[in-house]
Structures are given as C-alpha cells and as structure tokens.
Design a binder for this molecule. Structure first.
Ligand code: MN
Length: 254
C-alpha cells in the first residue's frame, strides 16, 4: 500500500510527524507532500495566479509552496504520477475539524481532493483543551487511538466521492470512551470573531479569531461525540445538493 500524507498546518507541523508514525504501522511506502507553510482555513483553495514551487526535503518528502489542495494535486500529477497512492491521510490537524469547520478546513479539503480523484482519503484532527497562548498541543490521543480508528477504515469499501473525517477528543488516551460514527453537526453561528487592532502608524487592522462558544450539540453529531469523550468518525460526501429542496425550488420554474 502506498500512502500519501499531507496536512494544512504545514510541512514542519508536529501533527504531520504523528501521522508519519501512524502511517508507518500500515506501510513501508509512505510519501509526504505537504504545504511548506501553514494553510489552516484555506479550504479548497487552488493557487492559480502564482507559480507553485516544490522542494524535495528528503526521500519521498516534498514541501509545496501552496495550499493543501495544491499539494494533493502536485502529489497525484507530479510526485506520484507513475504510481498513485492507495490511501491519503491528511493531518493530524492541530485543533478540531467539526461541524462547519469542515467547510473552512484545509485538512478536510486535502482529503476531499483525494476523494474526488477516487482515492480512499481520511482527514484526522486532534482537539485540545484551551491552552495558554503558544503552548504546545498534545497529540497523545491521536497517537494512541489512530491505528485502532484507521485499521477498519482501510478495509471497508467507501462510496465514491466520500471521505472520512476523524476527530480525536481533548482528553488523555486512557480517558477516551471509544469510537462513534456520527453525522456532521453545526454550531450556533457567531464563532468567527473579528479582532480589531491598531498598527504602529495608527491604522486599524484585523485578525479573524475562532472563539469558543457555549452551545448544546445535536444528538449523534461529531460535536456531541467528542464532547462526550469519544473519537468521532464522520463520512462526508462532496455532493452538497440539498435534495429535499429540489422539489420545492423546481416548482418555481414550471
Ligand atoms: Mn490546521
């Protein structure tokens, strides 16, 4: 089995090292093609207005000056063009990719590119308890549970154009209650906060911040599962059509 690893936290992110350790338990042929710099929140962005540079940093290791989606495209179209991967793993992301996060996430987006290409693709993310600013995040739970979560997912057929989104809860490995297969939830709106500051010349600038919001997650969602201390496993499909609305909207244009 040929495994391609990528992420959105960047080539040097600790979570990618964790993913390499996990992948090595399944195969001797592991390739890394990942963004050179952090690309969190870039979703499905493609780099179309600048050239894409790629550096080989080791045997089967490449850093791409681009987005996660660029990285998967470079892997499939250039680095591994002769022998495509059988499996794409994206992550392990520093922080949650739950609910509406999946629409912003570069981690999930990389797996989406793999799923479109017909390759089994899995996104992995590690939640963490609110750390002090700049504090290191522990990936111990992803390390301890990753193999158990991944192994069955490598054996089952997945539907076309679907990927699997895995989130590890923010608790120690021995406090994890198990694994739950759940649907994507949605948080109450308003988590994205604009943080207005003033630059040294007195002009305003802004940071987009992702605050934590109190909310009650719906039943059987990824949000509820990790809140209850489970690893969440959510199949996502890339056809975003809301089928229930087709009929009522269709009636508007008789
Ligand atoms: Mn990220």
């Amino acid at each position: 089995m040929r495994i391609l690893l990528t992420n959105d936290d960047g080539y040097h992110a600790p979570g990618l090292k964790v993913l390499e350790t996990l992948a090595a338990r399944f195969s001797d042929e592991v390739w890394v093609v990942a963004p050179a710099e952090e690309q969190s929140g870039t979703s499905r962005a493609l780099t179309l207005t600048r050239p894409i540079r790629m550096r080989k940093l080791g045997e089967r290791h490449f850093a791409v000056a681009g987005t996660p989606t660029d990285s998967v495209l470079m892997a499939l179209g250039e680095v591994m063009a002769e022998a495509k991967p059988d499996l794409i793993l994206s992550g392990v992301n520093r922080g949650a990719n739950l609910g509406e996060d999946v629409l912003y996430s570069g981690t999930v987006a990389a797996a989406a590119e793999g799923a479109l290409a017909g390759i089994r693709s899995i996104a992995l993310s590690q939640l963490y308890p609110a750390p002090a600013p700049g504090e290191k995040v522990s990936f111990a739970t992803a390390e301890a549970w990753g193999e158990r979560v991944l192994a069955p997912l490598l054996a089952v057929p997945l539907s076309p154009r679907t990927l699997v989104n895995v989130n590890f809860p923010p608790v120690a490995p021995d406090a994890v209650k198990g694994v739950r297969v759940v649907r994507q939830g949605l948080r109450d709106y308003g988590r994205v906060k604009l943080n207005k500051r003033t630059d040294p010349r007195g002009f305003p600038y802004f940071w987009i911040g992702l605050g934590r919001m109190p909310h009650t997650p719906s039943h059987d969602t990824d949000l509820e599962a990790v809140a209850d201390g489970y690893v969440s496993v959510t199949p996502l499909h890339l056809d975003l059509t809301h089928c229930a609305s087709l009929g009522s909207l269709g009636k508007l244009y008789p």
